[in-house]
Design a protein around this ligand. Structure first.
Ligand code: SF4
Length: 365
């Protein structure tokens, strides 16, 4: 039985130069056909696996780049096709430029109960550098529109370590965010991913990454958000008590999930597969009754265990000491270095360890 569903909507009104997700410029002549292909894939998958979702996550791209009537068609069709009686959390990612009062009201009416808003910064100069479509005033307006529409669970996505960003600017962005009282805050460090414009600009020396500075941003973020009452429940995620993301927690703990849409991954049992990325080719295949799967991998117990350790270590709950039993030498070393501590039969990263989460996790592969 599949309990977690991810749907990838690849359209964006503008392409941000740092973005490594699969996305494409919004083409209104393609979106309806795309929605039909997604529903076709959903039918196909639900016929094979039992799907009674506890969480649904629409990510992208920008799901709210779809028009209000397309969202009504797509989400309404999910209601018709799926048993939603166990649904706890339905998240949709939104960008400030694509939120209207009508769209927000429709999403709430159709059962979306969590919106993740891509604000990234409240500084207009930095938003320009990031190539974002919106400015700070639009982001604030969108936040209020969502609240007024009745959305009780809003995540604000932020980024730090941006070109030219100072710690003071980051501090202001955090304070501004807190003043709006979102229920959840994600704070990611900018990374220069291959195949992005930022990567090329960094290679040419036009943009510089400074990992030492990134640690300062991380530290400031952690202290300001915790002080404001947000629980730091995963390296990049903070939530008011009771508002941690159910979907993400399921993913981090290694539960099965089904991904629908171009580029989406699925993991069911010992099998993982990824759909084709190009959304036109994806829709062509599906609508011709062919499989959209581009690659399949058979997982091993070892690989699943390594992934579970890496993901769990990033969370506040950490990992059970049993799982790390055969890594006694590594755990002792990390404990001696003050990066890992054991408490109540579980290992978790210390404050210092959180800065080096990825390196610690690598030792357990
Ligand atoms: S809006 Fe989001 S998904 Fe689209 S290009 Fe920008 S960062 Fe990538």
């Amino acid at each position: 039985m599949i309990r977690h569903l991810y749907v990838h909507i690849p359209f964006c009104a503008r392409i941000c130069p740092y973005c490594a997700f699969y996305k494409d410029l919004l083409d209104r002549s393609q979106t309806q056909r795309f929605c039909e292909a997604v529903l076709c894939e959903l039918d196909e998958r639900t016929g094979v696996f039992g799907v009674v979702p506890e969480t649904i996550y629409f990510g992208g791209g920008t799901p709210t780049a779809l028009s209000t009537s397309q969202l009504e068609f797509l989400l309404g069709s999910f209601h018709q096709r799926l048993d939603l009686s166990a649904l706890e959390e339905w998240t949709i990612e939104a960008n400030p430029g694509s939120v209207s009062a009508r769209k927000a009201a429709l999403l709430c009416k159709l059962g979306v109960n969590r919106i993740s808003l891509g604000v990234q910064s409240w500084d207009n100069t930095l938003l320009k550098i990031l190539g974002r479509e919106h400015n700070a005033a639009q982001a604030e307006q969108s936040f209020h529109i969502l609240r007024e529409a009745g959305c009780l669970n809003i995540n604000v996505d932020l980024m730090f370590g941006l070109p030219g960003q100072t710690v003071q600017q980051w501090q202001k962005t955090l304070e501004k965010t807190i003043s709006l009282r979102p229920d959840h805050i994600s704070a990611y460090c900018l990374t220069y991913e291959e195949d992005t414009e930022f990567f090329l600009r960094q290679a040419r020396g036009e943009l510089k990454a400074d990992p030492d500075y990134d640690a300062d941003f991380f530290e400031v973020g952690m202290s300001i958000l915790e002080e404001a009452g947000y629980e730091h429940y995963e390296i990049s995620n903070y939530a008011r008590p009771g508002f941690s993301s159910v979907h993400n927690r399921a993913y981090w703990s290694g539960e099965d999930y089904l991904g629908v849409g171009p580029s989406a991954f699925s993991t069911v049992g010992m099998r993982r597969w990824q759909n084709l990325t190009d959304y036109r080719a994806y829709a062509d295949r599906i609508l011709l009754g062919q499989s959209p799967i581009a690659a399949t991998e058979n997982l091993t117990v070892e690989l699943k265990r390594a992934e579970r350790i890496a993901l769990s270590l990033r969370t506040r709950d950490g990992i059970s000491a049993m799982e790390l039993q055969r890594f006694a030498r590594e755990t002792d070393e990390f404990a001696a270095l003050g990066l890992l501590r054991e408490s109540n039969g579980r290992f978790e990263l210390t404050h210092k360890g959180k800065f080096l989460a990825d390196s610690v996790a690598e030792a357990f592969v």
